[in-house]
Design a protein around this ligand. Structure first.
Ligand code: NDP
Length: 290
């Protein structure tokens, strides 16, 4: 079994981006990070994005509206960023407070600056195989992990567990695309799928994105399969300094001896998400400067 090392692959991508950004003349790409309120996970995600941006020479602008901001005020803020020629990418950190319609906010971000890839236009471009769009960072990261690990999906049966708009659906569309590295035959499973293990056992490449700790067991996996574990689940663990440990959607101890390749949690898909955000921001800069 080969471990797919997301930390190493993300570090390689970050180094490539750093070199690309150093070679740019004039203004550097700029990412606006909007974080509403003080949700602890959001605080740490935005810090990580800010830190990575600084590391590669990309400008980041962190905007911290109070948790009481209204939807209209947030729209106004996004409109200003949309109109600002010195801002290339805009990310509104999820989750937003309950009184704000998150989907409406994602759609308010101009498609040209939607480096998170959550906008309808960009999701549509994934379906249309139009490469001028932005692919959501986690699905893009999964495809990059597969490509850089020498996994070609052509002729393979790819089974995706989960149909969310941010992971399951876009990664299924990407795996299905008629292009080198993709061209897979794709099955998407969800909570209403009957005989789920029957389907997962047919997977040459199994992508689990359901948010259920250790859900995928050994008897659900075909020997020799490639397994990508997207899940990030926090399990209470008083022995840890944080009070919790992270586990994926795959029972790693039971499944890993069976696979040809597998991603760990943490250290698999997670680090790729931030790297792909930086890549999308550079792409947005290039699109707006050519
Ligand atoms: P969502 O909750 O939006 O979607 C979960 C999907 O899994 C739904 O389609 C749901 O089905 C399906 N599902 C849930 N339970 C089952 C089950 N028992 N059998 C089959 N399908 C099931 O989650 P996300 O897509 O946002 O995230 C999935 C996981 O990936 C989470 O652990 C999340 O933390 C992680 N994640 C990791 C990222 C990273 O950077 N590594 C980034 C984003 C997410 P239905 O549609 O029928 O409800």
């Amino acid at each position: 079994m080969d471990l797919i090392d997301g930390n190493k692959i993300a570090t390689d991508i970050i180094a490539e981006l750093k070199a690309d950004i150093a070679a740019l003349k004039g203004r550097k790409p700029c990412l606006a990070l909007v974080r509403v309120g003080e949700d602890p996970a959001s605080v740490s995600y935005v810090k990580k994005k800010e830190k990575t941006a600084a590391e590669i020479g990309l400008e980041s602008r962190v905007i911290l509206p109070p948790v009481t901001i209204t939807q209209d005020e947030l729209f106004l803020l996004i409109d200003k960023l949309n109109a600002d020629p010195t801002v290339d990418g805009i990310l509104v950190q999820s989750p937003l407070p309950k009184h704000i319609n998150e989907v409406a906010v994602f759609h308010r971000v101009s498609a040209r600056k939607d480096v998170d890839g959550f906008n309808t236009v960009n999701l549509g471009k994934v379906a249309q195989e139009d490469e001028t769009g932005f692919v959501a960072c986690t699905p893009a990261g999964i495809m990059e992990l597969l490509a850089r690990s020498g996994v070609d999906l052509a002729g393979k049966h790819v089974v995706v567990l989960g149909r969310s708009l941010i992971v399951g659906k876009p990664v299924a569309l990407l795996a299905l695309q008629k292009r080198a590295g993709a061209n897979g035959t794709v099955t998407i499973c969800h909570s209403g799928t009957a005989n789920l293990p029957l389907l997962t056992r047919q997977a040459d490449v199994l992508i689990a994105a359901i948010g259920r700790p250790d859900f995928v067991k050994a008897d659900m996996v075909k020997p020799g399969a490639v397994v990508i574990d997207v899940g990030i689940n926090r399990i209470a663990d008083p022995s840890k300094k944080t009070g919790y440990r992270l586990t994926g959607d795959v029972d790693f101890a039971a499944v890993s001896p069976l696979c040809s390749k597998i991603t760990p949690v943490p250290g698999g898909v997670g680090p790729m998400t931030v790297a792909m955000l930086m890549k999308n921001t550079l792409k947005a800069y290039r699109l707006s400067n050519c």
